[in-house]
Design a protein around this ligand. Structure first.
Ligand SMILES: [Zn+2]
Length: 255
């Protein structure tokens, strides 16, 4: 089998796996927003409470076949479901294309799933849950220990700098009311994971967030924007390409 065919097949697996993870994230988001436990009970229709069968749980496909309506009560199913499944699937494919098949890909999958969950919850509830930042910080700790045990060139100081370099100015902004406390925690955790690469992630988050803010203001839907999704885009890009971004910036400045 040629390498190209092999990569396409793995890419398709990554998409299917990501879509299934996205389907699970939908349940987590729905139940977290309602403050229910997401560990017990089958998935159900939030309108008629009907338990969903295996056929109704196939990511994206079920939504398309049922034309976006519940098979029991015919009420409309939120677009959140297929969108989250699609975005998670695509983000997993993207991670595979950037990293290839190696241990770091597993970290990327966990990170992307958490980022997508916190983004959806931030949009829905206006808050980034505490446990999402804890998971990201734990990823940082585990990857640090793994690289240390493989005696790779890692410096704890870089992770510590990352922990504060963005979260400290964010804490000031939060004190002034321009940022939520969840954003501060998120950038502290992401900084611990990414080290210096957290700087481009914050810049990407600010630029995309400001652009979206202007569009939202112009369409006058709401005055408040959640920064979670934009910071998450920045963190995801920096996780995959952070070193390259910093290197090209350095060579641009010739330092
Ligand atoms: Zn229903």
């Amino acid at each position: 089998m040629s390498l190209q065919v092999y990569n396409i097949i793995i890419g398709m697996f990554c998409f299917a796996f990501g879509a299934a993870v996205g389907s699970f994230l939908n349940v987590v988001v729905l139940r977290m927003a309602k403050k229910e436990s997401f560990l017990k009970g089958r998935s159900y229709c939030p309108v008629c409470q009907k338990s969903l069968t295996a056929k109704e749980l196939i990511p994206i496909f079920s939504f398309a076949v049922q034309k976006g309506r519940c098979r029991g009560c015919k009420s409309k199913i939120s677009w959140q479901y297929p969108i989250l499944e699609l975005v998670t699937g695509l983000s997993f494919v993207f991670a595979f294309c950037a990293l290839g098949l190696r241990p770091r890909l597993a970290f990327a999958f966990v990170l992307f799933a958490v980022l997508i969950e916190l983004s959806a919850l931030d949009v829905k509830t206006g808050e980034i849950p505490y446990h999402c930042s804890i998971i990201i910080a734990a990823l940082g700790l585990i990857s640090f220990i793994v690289s240390l045990s493989l005696s790779q060139n890692v410096k704890l100081s870089e992770h510590i700098i990352g922990l504060f370099i963005i979260s400290a100015p964010f804490a000031v902004l939060s004190f002034l009311g321009a940022m939520g406390g969840g954003d501060v925690q998120l950038m502290a955790a992401a900084g611990f994971l990414l080290g210096w690469s957290v700087v481009p992630s914050a810049l990407i988050g600010f630029i995309t967030g400001a652009a979206a803010g202007i569009i939202i203001k112009l369409t006058k839907k709401t005055g408040v924007i959640s920064f979670g999704p934009y910071l998450s885009i920045g963190i995801a890009i920096s996780y995959l390409y952070g070193n390259e971004i910093i290197e090209s910036y350095r060579s641009f400045l010739k330092i």
